[in-house]
Ligand binder design. Structure first.
Ligand SMILES: [Zn+2]
Length: 191
């Protein structure tokens, strides 16, 4: 059995409180909901059916962004001081990985350029029996972008460079100022 490291006693699992009498689950002073991932897939599919895949993608991304900024406020309230890449790694491990979003790691972070590259496996939008031609983690990328915006205090863009949903070994996103992300995407396309 592998032991999880670096998550400390503050891990989401440790602070998860189930109040059976009220039917409420709380963590980090916030109410959480325990739902099957299939429900997320149903929402994705219904959205795509109703408004088309392009608009559905942008919906998921924008909704994710709202949620992501909330995660950072929650982390700050819980006493996380976000000053170094180690702090960000801890938040990713405690709120991301232990929250069930997939195994999330920080690959690169530049506080000056406000740029971050994150890698994850087992994202919630990746489905075992369905392979896509394009990246699928719009909701997750939104969450990470919203969290990065709240962390860096400015508007950011993002691109999912590789995605397990299209057969890559892992998902990886670059999040940063629009001009940096556009430049990166351009260079990647030329290679
Ligand atoms: Zn992905």
């Amino acid at each position: 059995m592998s032991k999880s490291r670096g998550t400390g006693k503050k891990g989401a699992i440790h602070s998860l409180e189930v109040d059976a009498s009220k039917g409420i689950i709380t963590s980090f002073g916030q109410r959480f909901l325990f739902i099957p991932v299939e429900l997320i897939h149903s929402i994705e599919d219904r959205l795509a059916d109703m408004v088309g895949p392009m608009t559905a993608t942008s919906f998921q991304y924008e909704i994710g962004k709202r949620g992501g900024s909330h995660y950072i406020r929650m982390a700050q309230k819980a006493g996380y001081d976000i000053k170094s890449s180690k702090d960000v790694g801890m938040i990713a491990a405690n709120l991301g990985t232990l929250g069930g979003w997939g195994k999330l790691t920080v690959q690169e972070i530049d506080f000056k350029k406000k740029l971050i590259r994150l890698r994850w496996t087992n994202g919630v939008s990746v489905r075992p029996n369905k392979k896509s031609k394009t990246p699928v983690c719009h909701f997750g990328r939104g969450v990470l972008t919203g969290a990065s915006e709240a962390m860096f205090g400015r508007k950011l863009e993002s691109i999912e460079l590789t995605c397990q949903g299209k057969g890559d070994a892992y998902c990886e996103a670059l999040i940063g100022p629009p001009e940096s992300v556009a430049r990166y995407a351009e260079t990647a396309e030329k290679q």
